[in-house]
Design a protein around this ligand. Structure first.
Ligand code: GDP
Length: 198
């Protein structure tokens, strides 16, 4: 079954206590506000507005949980690093995401969405450090804003700095969409294999 072929909203948690109990494998998406995270989620699940594409970025400090066709979950973590978000909200980001990461979930990996034009900002690096040993896919979003030569140079630069899997991605041209979906389905498939060994 292709888990990403059907995705439906499960819960929106503004506080740790509102998160659905852990259980099924989860793939989480994180990224600086406005990098194109919602658009990437929508492209990958093939839905126009599953993850809300916000015009006033950084306001929604909630973790949104979606259920995929096989019962696994896609988890949309709140965007970080939006300059106009007041300090208490930023502290809330750390508390909420920290609680998510510590809540004993079957987290198979985190997709860190970055703007291909400004990859690995200090905040992105902090997040990667914080994630520690969790498997990470770096999504270089809005790749359509780069020429082919710039795309190649970006891959080289990011590859030299980070030892994670990475993909160029564009919700606009759909570059990388199928490939990412397949990769994430692989992650989830591996998790299912471990949970139910034959
Ligand atoms: P989020 O805050 O990270 O969830 O970002 P959104 O998905 O809401 O996108 C922020 C802005 O970037 C919106 O104006 C989108 O239309 C635009 N955007 C998102 N993805 C792409 C993309 O692949 N290419 C281009 N050119 N613009 C994009």
């Amino acid at each position: 079954m292709k888990p990403f072929s059907h995705a439906s909203f499960v819960a929106s948690a503004g506080r740790p206590g509102d998160m659905p109990p852990p259980g099924p494998p989860e793939v989480a998406f994180a990224g600086r506000s406005n990098v194109g995270k919602s658009s990437a989620i929508n492209s990958i699940v093939g839905r126009k507005r599953l993850a809300y594409t916000s015009k006033t970025p950084g306001r929604t400090q909630t973790i949104n949980f979606y259920e995929l066709a096989d019962g696994s979950r896609l988890v949309d973590l709140p965007g970080y690093g939006y300059a106009r978000v007041p300090q208490p909200l930023r502290a809330q980001w750390g508390q909420l995401v920290g609680a998510y990461l510590r809540s004993g979930r079957a987290l198979v990996g985190v997709v860190v969405v970055m703007d291909a034009r400004h990859p690995l900002t200090p905040l992105d690096r902090q997040l990667l450090e914080w994630l520690g040993g969790v498997r990470v896919l770096l999504l270089l979003a809005k790749a359509d804003k780069l020429t082919r030569a710039e795309q190649a140079a970006t891959l080289k630069k990011v590859g030299a700095l980070a030892h994670n899997q990475m993909r160029l991605f564009s919700s606009l041209t759909r570059q990388g969409v199928e490939e990412c979906r397949r990769l994430l389905e692989d992650w989830l498939g591996q998790a299912a294999g471990i949970k139910n060994p034959r």
